[in-house]
Ligand binder design. Structure first.
Ligand SMILES: *Cc1c(COP(=O)(O)O)cnc(C)c1O
Length: 372
């Protein structure tokens, strides 16, 4: 007998900032029989997942793994392994997740410099260039897709500046991975983390991460122990790599089945096709909104296809509008955060959500609430 609360979970169209809609075959993968985390067949699945991750991340990095935990655990893994006390770090900030990076780096005792940009606008490459002319850093960190605003930051261009320096390049690709191009190796990214529940369309719980040889070198040559046992890569690699696997923590076995399947679907569809599908559905949404006179927060050049920030339509109450979408139309969207709270709504078209019928269903619902 199933518990009643679980029995009554409705199917909600997830059009917020994540989690996104999960494909049926990913749910099927999740419900497969649990194997032991040291089982040879499970290790085969881990190895295959790593290869799939390398494909989606466009990297040859050997140290590529899904961290147990959500995107923030991925963020923490990167910072906690790369930073030692008093290390100079530059963080480029134009939204919630850049701010979170700053908080994390400061907790680790890094000497943190920040360059801040208006929320809704991209990081300005020129200002980064100026900053790097007169300062040296161990790490430069930036968020690729700022989910709090819908802005795509120029990660490739910033990478070209960082490449010229003796410095690590750390990028948050939680929302971008599986939705727009993330060319880890070509863009000179040394450390990267993502999350399972955005454009990868897997339930929340895993954080893919990858590290260049240069980053591994920094980790191996640390003077101090990584101050976090659970996320210490020197211990995690003993479980994820090599002939003899050493137990560290019990891997979330079924979540790894789900991630494996979600990555498989992306590779099977083809990365270019996946990016195109996101872009086409984004264009369809924007065209529909413009017809209704609703405008977008972000300039076209820097818009994310998977996260659309729109000004809340005139005459609609922020909370009441979202509540009606959720209760009457069974659609979840996101509210504005920080300085954008009460001003914008965030419409997600992440992963499996990015299909024309979902855009059409959202537009019909929006017209319904506008009519009242
Ligand atoms: C969602 C998100 C995170 C945090 O991920 P969680 O899974 O919520 O821990 C970090 N960075 C960005 C850009 C995100 O969109």
């Amino acid at each position: 007998m199933m518990n009643n609360t679980l029995k009554n979970i409705e199917e909600i169209l997830l059009m917020g900032p994540g989690p996104s809609c999960v494909p049926a075959s990913v749910y099927t993968a999740l419900s497969k029989k649990t194997l032991g985390h040291m089982d040879p067949y499970f290790i085969k699945i881990m190895d295959e997942t790593k290869v799939l991750l390398q494909k989606v991340l466009m990297t040859k990095n050997n140290l590529t793994l899904p961290v147990s935990g959500t995107g923030s655990a991925g963020m923490e893994t990167c910072f906690v392994n790369l930073i030692e006390k008093d290390d100079p770090v530059l963080i480029l900030i134009n939204g919630v997740f850049g701010k979170r990076m700053q908080d994390l780096a400061e907790r680790l005792g890094a000497k943190v410099d920040t360059l801040e940009f208006e929320w809704g606008k991209p990081v300005e490459v020129e200002r980064v260039k100026e900053q790097l002319k007169t300062n040296s850093y161990k790490i430069v960190a930036v968020v690729h897709a700022e989910t709090s605003t819908g802005v795509r930051n120029p990660v490739k261009e910033i990478g070209e500046l960082v490449k010229e320096k003796d410095c690590l390049y750390l990028v948050d690709t939680v929302t971008s991975l599986g939705g727009i191009e993330v060319a880890t190796d070509a863009w000179g990214i040394d450390a990267l983390y993502s999350g399972s529940q955005k454009c990868l369309s897997c339930p929340p719980g895993l954080a893919p991460a990858t590290f260049s040889a240069k980053a591994v070198d920094v980790i191996v040559n640390r003077k101090s122990k990584v101050p976090n046992w659970y996320l210490d890569l020197s211990l995690l690699t003993k479980y994820w790599e090599g002939k003899t696997r050493v137990y560290h923590h019990t891997a979330p076995v079924n979540m790894l089945y789900a991630l494996n399947q979600a990555l498989y679907l992306i590779v099977e569809e083809g990365l270019e096709n996946v990016y195109r599908r996101h872009l086409e559905n984004h264009k369809k949404l924007v065209a529909g909104l413009e017809e209704l006179g609703i405008s977008m927060l972000v300039e076209p050049e820097f818009r994310l296809p998977m996260l659309n920030s729109i000004y809340i339509p005139k005459g609609i109450d922020d909370a009441a509008g979202r509540k009606e979408l959720r209760l009457k139309y069974k659609i979840e969207i996101g509210a504005g955060l920080g300085p954008l709270a009460g001003k914008i709504w965030r419409i997600g078209l992440m992963g499996h959500t990015a299909h024309p019928e979902n855009v059409e269903r959202f537009m019909a619902a929006l017209k319904g609430i506008l009519k009242k």
